[in-house]
Design a protein around this ligand. Structure first.
Ligand code: C2E
Ligand code: MG
Ligand code: MG
Ligand code: MG
Length: 279
């Protein structure tokens, strides 16, 4: 039915809208259009800097995917990544993202900048492809050094597939690619995951920031920082929006930061401007 609606033009969407509710129509549209969005060139990456707050320098960036839909306009990954993950399309999308990010590393390298890029990996991608070989092939194709690539894996996802994920992560790391655990502290976090997973960096979820004024929350962050240090893990705090938050975090001993206080995700050109100003 939706196929027919699409053939008949956009006005048909309005009719379905009334009958089915806007949410459902929107979801159906996204589900239907998503598989064609790569070839139609509707995705692009933005990059958000990761800052060493002690030196002020940019230590790397995170690639964040965006979808500019021809009719709906901008769609956030929070909306379309779960849809992509419900089908195999997430595999193609993750491959596209990795390839784009690796090409960006290469372009920056040619211009004289060594800026590590972190890519978010979907669990389905990790389970479905030979991740190590795929990444190794892409790095070789573009002549990019593995040390400039990082991958982020969400903690909730790790928890459900522990043995398989541990094996994949170990393999990825043999290439020299760094691995971060994303959104740590959301869902059913387990401190014992930290010594089980062969990771380099812990990304403290931005939900910690929301309550950072509370002393008991600060105690928890301090505890995580202490454990991470003993396990020789870097900790980066996500979602830092104000100087007050930065100050509290630095007093607790955190120094790697990411958040709107420093920069929102931006075009590669703006990353270079920031690197020139800061590094
Ligand atoms: P994430 O990997 O945890 O990325 C951080 C999200 O927090 C980004 O949202 C970023 O824009 C947002 N953020 C950064 N600083 C702040 C801040 O100071 N305050 C607030 N409120 N938010 C901040 P975004 O770009 O909407 O991405 C949402 C999620 O979608 C990501 O969470 C990630 O899980 C997923 N995602 C994004 N790009 C990709 C991708 O290429 N592949 C996959 N598999 N997932 C992706
Ligand atoms: Mg991430
Ligand atoms: Mg995160
Ligand atoms: Mg997240």
């Amino acid at each position: 039915a939706v196929d027919q609606a699409k053939l008949n033009g956009r006005n048909q969407y309005a009719i379905y809208s009334e009958a089915m509710g806007h949410e459902r129509v929107r979801r159906l549209m996204l589900e239907q259009d998503l598989p064609f969005a790569i070839q139609k060139d509707e995705f692009y990456l933005q990059y958000q800097p990761k800052i060493n707050a002690v030196t002020g320098r940019i230590v790397g960036v995170e690639a964040l995917i965006r979808w500019q839909h021809p009719k709906i306009g901008f769609i956030s990954p929070g909306e379309f990544i779960p849809i992509a993950e419900s089908t195999d399309f997430i595999i193609a999308l993750t491959t596209w993202t990795l390839d784009q990010a690796i090409q960006q590393i290469k372009r920056w390298q040619i211009d004289g900048y060594q800026i590590p890029i972190a890519v978010n990996l979907s669990i389905k991608f990790i389970e479905s492809v030979r991740v190590k070989d795929t990444i190794a092939d892409m790095l070789a194709l573009h002549h990019v050094n593995a040390e400039l690539l990082e991958v982020e894996i969400t903690e909730t996802v790790v928890y459900n597939n522990l043995d398989a994920v541990v094996k994949e992560i170990s393999e990825i790391r043999t290439l020299g690619v760094k691995v971060s655990m994303d959104d740590f502290g959301t869902g059913y976090s387990s401190i014992s995951l930290l010594d089980t997973l062969p990771i380099d960096t812990l990304k403290l979820d931005k939900s910690f920031i929301a309550t950072i004024g509370e002393e008991r929350k600060q105690a928890v962050i301090e505890g995580i920082l202490f454990i991470a240090e003993r396990l020789e893990l870097d900790v980066i705090t996500e979602g830092v929006e104000t100087i007050e938050e930065e100050t509290i975090l630095m007093n607790l001993g955190a120094y790697l930061m990411q958040g709107f206080y420093y920069s929102k995700p931006v075009h590669p050109f703006e990353i270079i401007q920031m690197v020139q100003a800061r590094n």
